[in-house]
Unconditional design. Structure first.
Length: 110
C-alpha cells in the first residue's frame, strides 16, 4: 500500500498525487475561499492551480517549492496575521477538511 503525503494549511489539505493534473487554470491561484469569513488560501509564484476535468482542484508546483498563504479578513501580504507554508515541487489534489455534525458529514466552514 502506497503512503499518501499530505500538507495541511488551516482547513485545506493538499494530497500529493502521481498523475499530471489537467484542466482549466485558475488565474488567481486561490485554492480555497472561506464561506463564512471571505478570506482565502492561495499559492504564490512557481505553481499553477487547476480545476480538473474530473471536477477536483489541483496544484502543480513547477518551482523547487512555493508558498501557500492564508489571508485573514482583508490583510495584505506581509501583515503579521498572514500564515505561510512551503509546498515542495510536485502535483497535489486540493481537499477541504470535513467534520461530522448533526448526524451528517459536511465541509468545514471557514
Amino acid at each position: 500500500m502506497k503512503e499518501k503525503i499530505g500538507y495541511f494549511h488551516g482547513d485545506v489539505v493538499l494530497i500529493k498525487v502521481d498523475k499530471e493534473p489537467q484542466g482549466e487554470i485558475v488565474a488567481d491561484n486561490i485554492i480555497a475561499r472561506g464561506e463564512a469569513t471571505g478570506h482565502h488560501h492561495k499559492v504564490l509564484e512557481g505553481a499553477v492551480v487547476m480545476k480538473g476535468f474530473d471536477e477536483k482542484m489541483y496544484v502543480k508546483v513547477t518551482a523547487p517549492s512555493t508558498k501557500i498563504v492564508h489571508q485573514e479578513h482583508g490583510d495584505d501580504i506581509g501583515h503579521p496575521t498572514y500564515r505561510f507554508k512551503d509546498l515542495p515541487q510536485g502535483n497535489y489534489e486540493i481537499r477541504i477538511k470535513r467534520e461530522y455534525r448533526y448526524g451528517e458529514e459536511t465541509r468545514v466552514l471557514d
